[in-house]
Design a protein around this ligand. Structure first.
Ligand SMILES: NC(=O)c1ccc[n+]([C@@H]2O[C@H](COP(=O)([O-])OP(=O)(O)OC[C@H]3O[C@@H](n4cnc5c(N)ncnc54)[C@H](OP(=O)(O)O)[C@@H]3O)[C@@H](O)[C@H]2O)c1
Length: 292
C-alpha cells in the first residue's frame, strides 16, 4: 500500500490546512476537524482513524496563540504535546504514517545562519516548549513520521487564531493612514501556506521519514517584510522600525529563526523565495496593484 493511498488532514479549515487539502486534492483527502476529531480527546482520534484507516495523516492543527500559551500552558500542552502524542499513538494503531507540523520557535534564535534540521531545539516560550515536546512524543511511537517545521505563515484562508494575516493587517493600517511601527530585530522566512503545502506534498511523495524545514527561501526582518508588502501592493505607508524591547509581549521569541531547507533540497525540491510567495499571495487575494 502506498503512502498517498488514503490521506487525511487534521485541521482542514485552518490557514495551512486549507492549502494542504488543495495540495492533496487529487487524493480526495479526508478532513478531520473538531468537534468530531479533537486533539484533546484521544478516543475521538482513535475511533475515526480505526474507522477510516488512512495511510497518511497530516496534522496542521495546534493551539498556537503564542501569547495565550504563556498564560494557559496547560492548554498548550494538552493540544500540542499530549494531543500530538495521542494522535501518533492512534496513527500507529491504525497503520497510518503521520506528518506533523511544527515551528521555527523550537529554536532560541542565537544562531546567525539558517538552522539545519539536525540543530538541537532550545525553545523559549510555553508555546515553543509544547511544540518541541510534541515532536519528541511523536518519535516514541515508531519511525513512520515526518515533522515539518515552518515559519511566519500567511495564506489566503487567514489564520483561524488571528482571523487575518500580517499582510492584511499592514495594508489595512496603511490605508487608514496609521503610523506603522514594525520590529526590525527579528529575522524570519515568512512563508506562504500554499508553497509550504506543496513542499509537504513533495516530502510525502519522497516517503523519506524524518524532520524537514519547509519555508519560503531567503530571510528578512518583519520590518523588511512589511516594506516589501507595501512595495508590491503599490501603497505608500508611514512605516518605521522598532526594536522588540519597545513592543512588549509576554512570550519570548527567537531573534533569528531562519530554517535551512536542507531536507527538501536532498529530495530535489526547491522552495520559491519569500518575495515570490508574497507576490503569489497578494495576487490570489486581489491585493496586487504593482508589478513584483
Ligand atoms: N501561523 C504561523 O505563523 C505558524 C508558524 C510556524 C508554525 N506554525 C504551525 O503551523 C500549523 C498551522 O498553523 P495555522 O496558521 O494554519 O493555524 P490556524 O489557521 O489557526 O489553524 C489551526 C487549526 O487547528 C485546529 N485546532 C485547534 N485546536 C484543535 C483541537 N484541539 N483539535 C482539533 N483541531 C484543533 C483549528 O480548528 P478550528 O477550525 O476548529 O478552529 C484550526 O483549524 C500549526 O501547527 C502551527 O503551530 C504556524
Amino acid at each position: 500500500m502506498a503512502l498517498l493511498d488514503r490521506v487525511a488532514v487534521v485541521g482542514s479549515r485552518g490557514q495551512l490546512g486549507v492549502d494542504v487539502m488543495a495540495a492533496f486534492a487529487d487524493r480526495a483527502p479526508l478532513a478531520l476537524d473538531r468537534p468530531a476529531f479533537d486533539l484533546e480527546r484521544p478516543e475521538s482520534m482513535a475511533a475515526l482513524l480505526a474507522e477510516h484507516r488512512p495511510t497518511l495523516v497530516i496534522n496542521t492543527a495546534a493551539f498556537h496563540d503564542v501569547e495565550r500559551c504563556e498564560t494557559e500552558p496547560a492548554l498548550a500542552f494538552a493540544v500540542n504535546t499530549l494531543g500530538a502524542d495521542a494522535l501518533a499513538a492512534a496513527c500507529r494503531d491504525a497503520g497510518a504514517a503521520l506528518m506533523h507540523v511544527s515551528t521555527d520557535y523550537v529554536f532560541d534564535g542565537a544562531a546567525r545562519t539558517p538552522y539545519p534540521e539536525s540543530a538541537p531545539p532550545a525553545p523559549l516560550s510555553a508555546y515553543a516548549i509544547s511544540k518541541a515536546a510534541g515532536e519528541r512524543m511523536i518519535a516514541r511511537h515508531g519511525d513512520a513520521w515526518f515533522v515539518v517545521r515552518t515559519c511566519g505563515l500567511y495564506g489566503v484562508a487567514g489564520s483561524r487564531v488571528k482571523g487575518t494575516t500580517f499582510a492584511e493587517t499592514m495594508l489595512r493600517k496603511a490605508r487608514a493612514g496609521e503610523h506603522i511601527r514594525v520590529v526590525s530585530d527579528q529575522t524570519v522566512a515568512p512563508s506562504h501556506t500554499r508553497d509550504v503545502a506543496q513542499g509537504m506534498r513533495a516530502i510525502a511523495e519522497s516517503e523519506r521519514f524524518g524532520i524537514y524545514h519547509v519555508t519560503n527561501a531567503g530571510a528578512c526582518t518583519w520590518y523588511e517584510f512589511a516594506a516589501e508588502i507595501f512595495r508590491q501592493a503599490g501603497i505608500a505607508a508611514h512605516l518605521s522600525p522598532i526594536s522588540s524591547t519597545e513592543f512588549t509581549t509576554r512570550a519570548r521569541r527567537p531573534a533569528y529563526s531562519v530554517l535551512a531547507n536542507d531536507g527538501l533540497r536532498a529530495i530535489g525540491y526547491a522552495m520559491p523565495t519569500w518575495q515570490q510567495g508574497l507576490h503569489d499571495y497578494l495576487l490570489a487575494k486581489g491585493l496586487l496593484t504593482a508589478p513584483a
